[in-house]
Design a protein around this ligand. Sequence first.
Ligand code: NAD
Ligand code: ZN
Length: 411
Amino acid sequence: MSSTAGQVIKCKAAVAWEAGKPLVIEEVELAPPQANEVRMKILFTALCHTDVYFWEAKIGKLSTCSNYTGAVEVVFISQLKLKCSIILQGQTPMFPRIFGHEAGGIVESVGEGVTELKPGDHVLPIFTGECGKCSHCNSEESNLCDTLRINTERGVLLNDGKTRFSKNGKPIYHFLGTSTFSEYTIAHVGCVAKINPAAPLDKVCVLSCGVSTGMGATLNVAKPKKGQSVAVFGLGAVGLAACEGARMAGAGKIIGVDLNPDRFNEAKKFGVTDFVNPKDHDKPVQEVIAEMTNGGVDRAVECTGSFQAMIQAFECVHDGWGVAVLVGVPNKDDAFKTHPLNFLNERTLKGTFFGNYKPRTDIPSQVEKYMKKELELEKFITHSVPFSEINKAFDYMLKGESIRCIIRMDA
Ligand code: NAD
Ligand code: ZN
């Protein structure tokens, strides 16, 4: 038992008080974990673009699902295969809030009923969970746990619908059930993967979101066959991990698409063989890619969050067998519009959260792959800042300078 178990912990957290305003390091109070909850000390966390969207909180009301208006409009995102029953939860402003969801830490104490984890265990908190009991958790085809799947709108924990964080008695909202921009945080046990304690947390923390998401999008969802061509839209950490997945699958041609030419040099390390900057061409990027690949790529993976890129990724796949996978988180009011013939011509559109990995079942073995040198993580990490300079990580991402910036909590 740790000496702090059962007590309120006072710790430093980077609080977002207002949309788009720099985070402020504050001393906050964190209540003890309740039933099925785990309190962790976060050692390293990284910034993912999803944090940035919800911090910016640019967009308003909740969208609902599609209507048929001659063109197919699908509102994302959730492992859809031309099924649009799931509604995107978008960037509703919710402040004050503690962001952060890509991290590594050590269990400090556990709540009632938690038997799988104990103080001292090394863990990766994950933004989407696995209860292990529902129909999704029992399905080989889904990682969308009924209870613990990603929910960007929820700023509280499930057990009692309240926050565990507060400052001077005022609640501070959680983000994605992880809130890792804090020295200590609480998550549901189903959102915490126990990993090999020998694994360096400053490296494997990137498996808690970006790298697993991109790699899984290619390997588990797009599933390119050996020698096939793959286009990846967006060459941030998620997209480069998708490229890495394509390389691991033995793809013949890997086309990296980005608006930022600085990304191309970096991308060579991830197996990218060809580059396309849509800004360099007068014609639509779909046509450019079709010309490069004799009619279209076999697989496309979109990792930008731009709905235009999502449409381009779908429309650049080959008819007859092409598969496009959407990974980027769109804005709330975005709609996907393409001609229905693109589907009749036997193209498939899919989407995924967390690359279809089940967080507790699959992530420990990804960590083992890193330990056995079958997976390289260092090349995703371009920057590192002390916790006190967390706002710099936002600047690096917004300027397109960083792939992943690690935030060192004890510095
Ligand atoms: P990032 O900002 O590091 O990278 C995004 C890249 O996309 C940038 O290089 C940018 O220049 C490029 N880009 C933007 N618009 C483009 C366009 N129209 N065409 C071509 N390139 C374009 O972001 P990231 O952290 O790698 O995340 C990528 C996306 O994945 C984000 O939308 C993020 O929210 C999402 N995401 C989804 C999941 C999931 O489970 N589905 C998980 C993590 C992240
Ligand atoms: Zn993320």
